[in-house]
Design a protein around this ligand. Structure first.
Ligand code: BDR
Ligand code: CA
Length: 309
């Protein structure tokens, strides 16, 4: 099993990322850290604790990280995720406590204590991971790899060329991509294939557990707001696709290529330049997802959810 830290900003799809990891035998979820993103940090942190509590995952430490991006002002996504970041179901009091450490402290302890390198899956603005690599470069070798949901080989979802997680903190993304740690980008070009169709909602509901029922309510809300905002009633469930890179490698096709992050652009800040055709003649520095086996992906998500409470 691969020990993994999930750094997230729940967020409906982040919840499914946590569940896919927590319920999968190939991964051991060893820590969860949170960041301001879809909603302010207080909400995303509480939501992560709720997501784990509902699923009966009570032994994994959850620590709060950066309130906002390295240099920019935080932008949130209430229009998709609701005021509290997790619109839809009634939210229970979390049984999982808040770890007193900062996200950085928890990451440092986790990396230092693990007998083997730890993977980091980031499903929000990548600020916490950037702070870790900036302040503790000596721990880079303890990180097995970083897999991040964000960016796109094509167009964006908040500006014409930027995806939300990249756009919120492009400076952090740039730092992480340049760090030399193996980096995989799972962008909109593949996550827009992971559509929450009526069949998918039926597949989740049919599981019949507490976690599945809570998840079905999340998906109803998420599909409604995606319909309102993007005209996509089958909303794309982005974040668990990044987890699938580790739970079921054959399910996500990757290309080794050049990835650069636009940090200076006025209209294009946060755009991810992915040189799939090798036009720049630069050394590849990242793995970029370009294919997804959609049915296999959903089967994996459903199987993980079914293993939880
Ligand atoms: C990303 O932005 C957030 O709203 C989602 O949780 C996902 O991580 C998609 O652009
Ligand atoms: Ca997210």
């Amino acid at each position: 099993t691969i020990p993994v830290i999930i750094d997230c900003d729940p967020g409906h799809d982040d919840v499914f990322a946590l569940w896919l990891a927590a319920g999968h035998p190939a991964l051991e979820l060893v820590a969860v850290t949170t960041v301001g993103g879809n909603a302010p940090l207080d909400h995303t942190t509480r939501n992560a604790r709720i997501a784990l509590s509902v699923a009966g995952v009570t032994e994994v430490p959850v620590a709060a990280g950066a309130v906002g991006p390295l240099v920019r002002t935080l932008q949130t996504a209430e229009w998709i995720h609701g005021e509290n970041g997790l619109g839809g179901p009634e939210l229970p009091e979390p049984a999982v406590p808040l770890d007193p450490r900062t996200a950085t402290e928890l990451m440092v302890d986790t990396l230092a204590r693990s007998s083997e390198p730890v993977a980091i899956i980031a499903t929000g603005p990548i600020t916490n991971v950037a702070i870790l690599l900036r302040d503790h470069p000596e721990l880079a070798g303890r990180i097995r790899e970083i897999v991040w949901m964000g960016g796109s080989t094509e167009r964006g979802n908040v500006t014409p060329y930027a995806e939300f997680n990249a756009w919120v903190d492009p400076e952090a993304l740039d730092l992480v991509v340049r760090s030399g740690v193996r980096f995989t980008m799972v962008g909109l070009n593949v996550t827009h294939l992971a559509l929450v169709t009526a069949a998918v909602r039926g597949q989740i509901t049919a599981i019949g557990t507490r976690t599945a029922a809570f998840g079905a309510e999340l998906l109803d809300f998420f599909c409604r707001t995606n319909d309102e905002v993007f005209g996509m009633p089958d909303g794309p469930l982005h974040d668990p696709v990044a987890v699938a890179v580790l739970t079921d490698p054959g399910c996500v096709g990757l290309r080794h290529t050049r990835l650069d992050v636009e940090v200076a652009g006025v209209e294009t800040a946060g755009a991810t330049s992915v040189d799939l055709d090798g036009m720049l003649g630069q050394e590849p520095n990242a793995w970029v997802a370009t294919e997804l086996d959609v049915d296999r992906f959903w089967a994996g998500v459903a199987a993980s959810v079914a293993r939880l409470a």
